[in-house]
Design a binder for this molecule. Structure first.
Ligand SMILES: [Fe+2]
Length: 333
């Protein structure tokens, strides 16, 4: 028996992937093979050069990914007080698709505690506030002419292009999860399309590994500063589209063509164009849904858009959706 292994090596050996990899190393193949196996196991599946880790992850991802939007739905009795089995079910669906839709009987109940308590129960503790959110950090999204006039489309009834939330934020303010809770749908429209960023990554990498390489460059996408009346409200943000966020894949993206600067080279242009086309075509991986009253989306900041909507004539109350954003992710199963 050789000398005892240092503590950190014991830690590594406890990692499931590392253990699996070590099983593949012939018993007497020496320290070099052992090192290579450990290296491979510890590499992130999203690292460009490590195709074996990626291939293993890819197979598992596709096998678990839901086929239809209905497969995302978890019936819950009261989202303010989820049962243990409801929590487990939401985590399981999130584990497969980075999103789940809960359906509750609370149609028309305008209570922000719904989003707050549901998030807290799922481990979403770090609520992120933004200048337009109401004071408690949960935004009431409805057609609000004053905010819409300042160019904040979420507060209008116009369509929203594909994006991930907070793509303009600094890394320390990364939005890793959000909840959209629908109190009341619109009279017409207001449909969402949703795509798991891991699937977007997978489709791009399968089409051409250079696409994900280009979009992982630290200067792939710049959002210019946001200035109003000469004052800078938010400085310019340069960063990658895809990044390794502590072992999870993080994605920053917006399909807007104004107020965005792509890295000016051919590889980035081709990758951004392919991604845009992928989102614009009907893919079986894209889910389309229109949240009904009492329903909500909880997700690890998936790609999403929203169609335009029309509210009914006054005094009928219009579409109302609460949005809560978080800087931590939904723990998944
Ligand atoms: Fe959004």
């Amino acid at each position: 028996m050789g000398p005892p292994l240092p503590l950190e090596i014991y830690g590594l050996l406890m990692a499931k992937d590392a253990a699996n990899a070590l099983r593949c190393v012939p018993r007497f193949s020496g320290p070099r093979a052992l090192n290579a196996a450990l290296q491979d196991a510890l590499e992130h599946p999203f690292a460009p050069a490590r195709s074996s880790a990626y291939q293993r992850w890819r197979e598992r991802k596709l096998a678990r990914y839901p086929r239809r939007a209905e497969d995302l739905v978890v019936e819950v009795r009261d989202p303010r007080d989820l049962s243990a089995s409801e929590v487990a079910q939401i985590r399981r669906v999130c584990g497969a698709a980075n999103m789940a839709v809960y359906a509750s009987p609370l149609a028309g109940v305008a209570d922000k505690d719904i989003a707050r308590r549901l998030g807290a129960r799922l481990g979403l503790a770090q609520l992120h506030t933004n200048p337009l959110a109401d004071e408690d950090g949960i935004s009431a999204l409805e057609a609000a002419p004053a905010k819409a006039a300042r160019g904040y489309i979420p507060y209008s009834n116009q369509r929203l292009l594909w994006h991930t939330d907070g793509y303009y934020n600094a890394p320390a303010q990364r939005i890793r999860a959000f909840i959209l809770h629908c109190v009341r749908p619109a009279a017409a429209g207001g449909e969402n399309r949703l795509l798991d960023p891991e699937i977007a990554y997978l489709l791009l990498r399968d089409a051409d590994p250079h696409y994900v390489e280009a979009l992982s460059a630290p200067d792939a996408m710049t959002i210019p500063a946001n200035a109003e009346a000469g004052a800078v409200l938010r400085p310019a943000q340069t960063g990658p589209v895809f990044s390794n966020d502590g072992g999870a894949l993080h994605m920053r993206y917006t399909a807007r063509t104004r107020s965005i600067e792509w890295r000016p080279d051919e590889a980035t242009r081709a990758a951004a164009q392919f991604l845009q086309q992928m989102l614009d075509t009907d893919s079986r991986y894209v889910f389309t849904l229109r949240l009904a009253g009492g329903q909500g989306l909880v997700c690890n900041n998936v790609l999403h858009n929203r169609s335009a909507f029309a509210d009914g004539p006054a005094p009928t109350p219009g579409r109302l959706v609460y949005r809560a954003r978080y800087t931590n992710r939904v723990g998944t199963a």
